[in-house]
Design a protein around this ligand. Structure first.
Ligand code: UDP
Length: 453
């Protein structure tokens, strides 16, 4: 047995689609480099083990039901997971250590940053831990700054982290970026950010699903703040293309529809797995799409609209337009859609996975951030990288139609498209031998192998 096969990594998942995807992709990447993998996950939103026959799955009792997850606010649900999962996780890993697993000693716990309690478990068991950011690296700095800034009487920006060399991030003021994370975070949000930052500081390293060139100015600043090594080995999905972890069934019918559309003519519209539209937003979105006169593929999750039969809420004329130049699905094979030649733009909520997936296919974006780090990603896309446009928060049909046309048909959109294409090429280069991601991944593998039992 090789050194790596004798080395088991326990990856701890946070059970939301936007976190499950990158963590399982990371597991696939590390497995392809020879490590044995155990996936520890709350029972809620359990991934399908049959999609990953090489991994061992370890469900952790979480005390949550689907309805309790939906009913509670996001952060109190997270706090419940933290409360309920820590002890069972410690117990299971301790058992693995005692049983001297023939498929490899547990070398390290690699945890989604949101599951910060896993760092405590690692320290109780004398195991090294590595923190994983499934969001942009800059969010590490934002998480670190918020609680301390708040202590001084909400956002005074006197904090040295912000005042010092970090005040400028490329062309954008870091303060503007922080405000996009929400102007009045709740106590539970601040508690989460503080706990995440503290776990981050106590971990041996951080893995970030980012590409070095995307965040080249901020990465050294983050590195000097956190000290432990940071491995920027994104985009995970390009290193683990076969990994499937969709919780919803993908409607592949849209690919045949895309096959019939003109090259780069279609606007793909999706707001990820969490963000929803109320009745008014749904109507404005539909009418904005209609007024734009562009073909569109729109993902409307059943739960994202106000009622199950959401189509009935829309005027008859819109339903006719769907027949002429639109296609609506409940869940799309998004990576395949973005890679399709007919897609010329992506109206997105700017979740980090969607952002990376769009960059990797050179698709320019129309940004409509809803919560969390999405505002931060939108600023990156529209103000720093200039590979997209930002839409106003209040959805109004005329403004939507205007923004779609700016992106899809006007000269301004063409400039953005060329920039997006250049980003795609740089993303591909990062994966080549000697590219930033490839180099960082090799370093990460050596780093993990350096842990002694
Ligand atoms: N996704 C998908 N089909 C859809 C919409 C989204 O497969 O119809 C995937 C998308 O490719 C991405 C993930 O769901 O990997 C959403 O993650 P993201 O970070 O963009 O947003 P979140 O859902 O966390 O808000």
């Amino acid at each position: 047995m090789s050194e790596r096969e004798n080395c088991r990594l326990v990856l701890v998942l946070f059970p939301l689609q936007g976190h499950i995807n990158p963590m399982l992709q990371l597991a696939t990447i590390l497995n392809s480099r020879g490590f044995s993998i155990t996936i520890a996950h709350p029972q809620f939103n359990s991934p399908d083990p049959s999609n990953h026959p090489n991994f061992t799955f370890l469900p952790i009792p979480d005390g949550l039901s689907k309805s309790s997850f939906a009913a509670q606010d996001f952060h109190s649900t997270m706090l419940a997971i933290h409360r309920n999962c820590q002890e069972p996780l410690r117990h299971f890993i301790q058992q693995m250590l005692e049983q001297k697993d023939p498929q490899g000693r547990v070398a390290c716990i690699i945890y989604d940053a949101v599951m910060h309690f896993a760092q405590k478990v690692a320290s109780q068991l004398n195991l090294p831990s590595i923190n994983v950011r499934t969001s942009a690296a800059v969010s590490m700095l934002a998480f670190a700054a918020f609680p301390r800034v708040n202590e001084q009487g909400y956002i005074t920006f006197t904090d040295s982290l912000i005042q010092d060399e970090s005040t400028k991030l490329q062309s954008l003021d870091l303060r503007d970026l922080l405000i996009t994370m929400g102007e009045n975070p709740s106590d539970s949000t601040l508690e989460l950010r503080a706990a995440t930052t503290s776990a981050n500081r106590n971990s041996r390293a951080t893995i970030v699903n980012t590409i070095h060139f995307l965040e080249e100015e901020i990465l050294p600043k983050i590195q000097s703040y956190f000290h432990a090594p940071i491995f920027a080995i994104g985009p995970f999905h390009k290193l683990a293309p076969s990994s499937s972890s969709s919780l919803l069934k993908e409607d592949t019918g849209c690919i045949s529809w895309l096959d019939k559309q003109v090259s780069r003519s279609v606007l793909y519209v999706s707001f990820g797995s969490m963000a929803g539209l109320n009745e008014e937003q749904l109507l404005e979105t539909a009418m904005g799409l209609a007024m734009s006169e562009q073909p569109f593929l729109w993902v409307v999750r059943t739960s994202s609209a106000c009622r199950t039969e959401w189509l009935e809420l829309l005027p008859k004329e819109f339903q006719e337009i769907i027949g002429q130049r639109g296609f609506v699905v409940k869940w799309a094979p998004q990576k395949e859609v973005l890679a399709h030649g007919a897609v010329g733009g992506f109206w997105t909520h700017c979740g980090w996975n969607s952002t990376l997936e769009s960059i990797c296919e050179g698709v320019p974006m129309l940004c409509w951030p809803v919560f969390g780090d999405q505002g931060l990603d939108a600023k990156y896309i529209s103000h720093i990288w200039k590979i997209g446009l930002e839409l106003e928060a209040k959805l109004e049909r005329g403004k939507i139609a205007g923004a779609i046309r700016r992106l899809m048909v006007e000269e301004e959109g063409e400039v953005i498209r060329q920039k997006a294409q250049a980003f795609k090429e740089r993303a591909e280069q990062s994966l080549d031998v000697g590219g930033s991601t490839n180099t960082s991944l090799n370093e990460l593998v050596e780093f993990i192998l350096s842990f002694q039992p």
